[in-house]
Design a binder for this molecule. Structure first.
Ligand SMILES: [Cu+2]
Length: 178
């Protein structure tokens, strides 16, 4: 039996609606280092008041490392220090630094600590961003996307523009989960 056009449209709507909803709720980033070497993954989950970020990485130099959300979703310049990801996600033009009275910017995050074997598994939460701009927060998945960037040194959460975090050693383009 043929479906009438009206029933078909209704069926399509039922199929497509959950897909559209899930795309906005979850995202991931494959983190690469210099030369495009895979370093692991990050997952980002939208929550009512912010974004829960989980990173599972390996092959990093041990010690405290800054991690930020940078404004442009590209890591293609992995042989040139990931500068194409530009500065932090910061649509409101705030100063950098979680401890800065004129901050923080929307890309600011707490530091990671990489173990002596080069691995780090961490979960943290930011109320400064949203995957889609929910609640007026800075949108990670805006027109030019965003990248999660890891730096060689820790963030002092105060110094401009990036807390003395040094060169960029890892980068992952944030992509809406399928
Ligand atoms: Cu950064």
């Amino acid at each position: 039996m043929m479906l009438r056009p009206k029933s078909l449209a209704a069926a399509m709507a039922l199929i497509l609606a959950p897909l559209a909803a899930s795309a906005a709720e979850k995202a991931s980033a494959d983190i690469v280092g210099a030369g495009g070497k895979p370093l692991g993954t990050a997952t980002l989950v939208e929550a009512p008041t912010g974004v829960l970020v989980r990173v599972d990485l390996r092959g990093l130099p041990p010690g405290d490392k800054a991690i930020h959300i940078h404004a442009v979703g590209t890591c293609a310049d992995h042989d040139h220090g990931f500068v194409a990801s530009k500065s932090h996600l910061n649509p409101q033009g705030r100063k950098h630094g979680l401890k800065n009275p004129d901050g923080p910017d929307a890309g600011d995050l707490p530091n990671l600590r990489v173990h002596s074997d080069g691995t780090v598994l961490a979960e943290f939460f930011t109320t400064l961003a949203s995957l889609t701009g929910k609640g007026g927060r800075a949108a990670v998945l805006d027109g030019d996307g965003a990248a999660l960037v890891i730096h060689a040194n820790p963030d002092d959460h105060m110094t401009q523009p990036i807390g003395g975090a040094g060169p960029r050693i890892g980068c992952g383009v944030v992509k809406a989960a399928q």
